[in-house]
Design a protein around this ligand. Structure first.
Ligand code: C5P
Length: 228
């Protein structure tokens, strides 16, 4: 599968997003998350699709299977390239999400992935707050196997964990990407675009390293050059 860079568009409103996009000569693959979606709603997704953007709709659903199935049916209508759930919701919930997506023809185009563990979670948080005594790597592997057995296309994980998942042969979407000289902010499990390529990620998700750069187009092009 072709490697691609996805820009995490964590902006307050669509005006900020459009001003960020204005210097780009071709529309990049965008990740629209909760912040923008809860403010602007599905209309924004329709508008971006008309502008020719590929979309990863990152809403990380996590609820009872029936609710997730119905929510996914609505997401299917948006015909985005990628969307996701939390693997922590369990195999039944992930199967329900897939059913919801596949229940209308438009949804068959959308790839469904599961978040294994957020890249902001450390081993210490896993043990002390989430009360999970396994290692982060073991949890990521088990959750990724669950996602695969539920029929999902892949997972969201740190690039550092991609080699562990090789035998599962699934898509890996990896946030927590930083240039070597940048701060890691709240992310704990980070890698550079070049590392992510060597580790085997399918897609990298890059937010602040591009959106807060002095020259976002140059930062994006640097990611493409290092990763693709
Ligand atoms: O700015 P930064 O590059 O850290 O942004 C990463 C993006 O990826 C954010 O939008 C965040 O919500 C998302 N994400 C993540 N870790 C996951 C799943 C999604 O950081 N496991």
């Amino acid at each position: 599968m072709k490697r691609e860079v996805i820009i995490a568009c964590d902006f307050k409103c669509k005006e900020e997003l459009f001003s960020f996009l204005s210097p780009f000569s071709t529309m990049p693959f965008l990740k629209i998350g909760m912040e923008l979606f809860y403010k602007e709603g599905p209309e924004l997704i329709k508008q971006l699709k008309q502008m020719g953007c590929k979309i990863f709709l990152d809403l990380k659903l996590h609820d009872i299977p029936n609710t997730v199935e119905k929510a996914m049916k609505n997401i299917a209508e948006l015909e985005v390239e990628l969307t996701n759930v939390h693997a922590a919701g369990g195999i039944e919930m992930m199967k329900a999400a897939k059913r919801g997506l596949d229940s209308i023809p438009a949804g068959k185009h959308t790839k469904l992935i599961a978040v294994t563990q957020l890249t902001s979670i450390s081993q210490e948080t896993l043990e002390k707050e989430l009360c999970i005594s396994l290692s982060l790597q073991e949890v990521v592997y088990q959750y990724a196997s669950n996602a695969k057995s539920a029929g999902l296309d892949g997972v969201v994980c740190s690039a550092l964990e991609v080699p562990l998942l090789k035998d599962l042969q699934i898509i890996t979407v990896t946030p927590g990407i930083r240039f070597a000289e940048n701060s890691s902010h709240d992310q704990k499990r980070v890698a550079t675009p070049k590392d992510a390529r060597m580790l085997g990620s399918t897609y990298i998700v890059v937010g602040r390293s591009i959106t807060s750069a002095d020259d976002p187009v140059a930062a994006y092009e640097r990611c493409v050059k290092e990763f693709c």
